[in-house]
Design a protein around this ligand. Structure first.
Ligand SMILES: Nc1ncnc2c1ncn2[C@@H]1O[C@H](COP(=O)(O)OP(=O)(O)OP(=O)(O)O)[C@@H](O)[C@H]1O
Ligand SMILES: [Mg+2]
Length: 237
């Protein structure tokens, strides 16, 4: 798919040099670039993940992803914060898949909360299908944050209290309306204007998380917006 798109790009360049209408050439170039982004996203989504899972330090991966986004200046428009709790168990995964999932979630948070707050965190967590309140390492001992319970996907393999890792991205944006909370993970679901979003970001996250044996869901953040949460069972010792 990359090759025909590259060829179209070359032909367009030839047209430009031969004095074709610049407005049309610019339009074609823009749409070819957009198509290129969509194709890349689809390839990411469709690529079989065949490498074996290996024990992973999710905190280190999150730190790396955060550093990458910071170095690119992507975090400048918000007050961004990294919360890596101590004593996070190892999970089974692949660093590049987890990194991509985190980056996609942070990019969404940046879009949702310009000028606001974006938090990326990793902590130890025991899976509980109905516990809505969850504390971060930075919270005081007695803190409680009453919020409406999120619908959490049940994964039959997870027993209540299963120890693992919770990685979360929270923001102060408008949040996700409850009627959209399942649909946002479907490929091509987007509320962004045409040309801005392809709607593949969360589909890629869902696939990566599933392939690493985890679950992902969206909740309400205490920052006021969306909190995307990924749970992975701890790697057996
Ligand atoms: N942090 C968030 N706050 C509010 N809504 C969100 C958030 N993250 C995702 N969404 C909603 O979910 C939709 C789908 O997100 P997804 O990342 O799959 O696609 P996209 O961001 O629209 O496009 P792409 O990621 O492909 O560029 C978004 O268009 C938006 O409506
Ligand atoms: Mg996105």
């Amino acid at each position: 798919m990359g090759n025909p798109l590259g060829a179209i790009g070359t032909y367009v360049e030839v047209l430009r040099r031969r004095g074709a209408d610049p407005e049309v050439v610019t339009g074609v170039t823009r749409e070819v670039e957009r198509l290129d982004r969509i194709v890349r996203g689809l390839l990411d989504y469709a690529r079989p993940h065949e490498e074996a899972l290996a024990p992973l330090d999710a905190g280190a991966v999150a730190r790396g992803a955060y550093g990458l986004l910071e170095a690119q200046g992507a975090l400048k428009p918000v007050r961004a914060r990294l919360e890596i709790a101590p004593d996070v168990p190892r999970m089974l995964g692949r660093a590049h898949l987890l990194e991509q999932a985190i980056v996609n979630l942070v990019l969404n948070a940046l879009d949702a909360a310009p000028g606001g707050v974006v938090v990326l965190g990793v902590m130890a967590w025991a899976y509980e299908s109905r516990r809505a309140v969850l504390k971060r390492s930075s919270d005081p001992e007695q803190a409680s944050f009453p919020r409406p319970p999120a619908s959490r996907p049940a994964r039959t393999e997870f027993v209540a209290g299963q120890p693992g890792v919770l990685a979360y991205v929270a923001d102060s944006g408008p949040g996700v309306p409850s009627e959209d909370r399942e649909r946002i993970f479907e490929p091509f679901f987007t509320t962004k204007e045409p040309g801005r979003g392809t709607g593949l970001g969360l589909a890629i996250v869902a696939r990566a998380v599933h392939d690493m044996g985890g679950v992902v869901w969206v909740d309400t953040a205490r920052e006021g917006g969306a909190a995307f949460k990924m749970f992975f069972p701890a790697a057996g010792r």
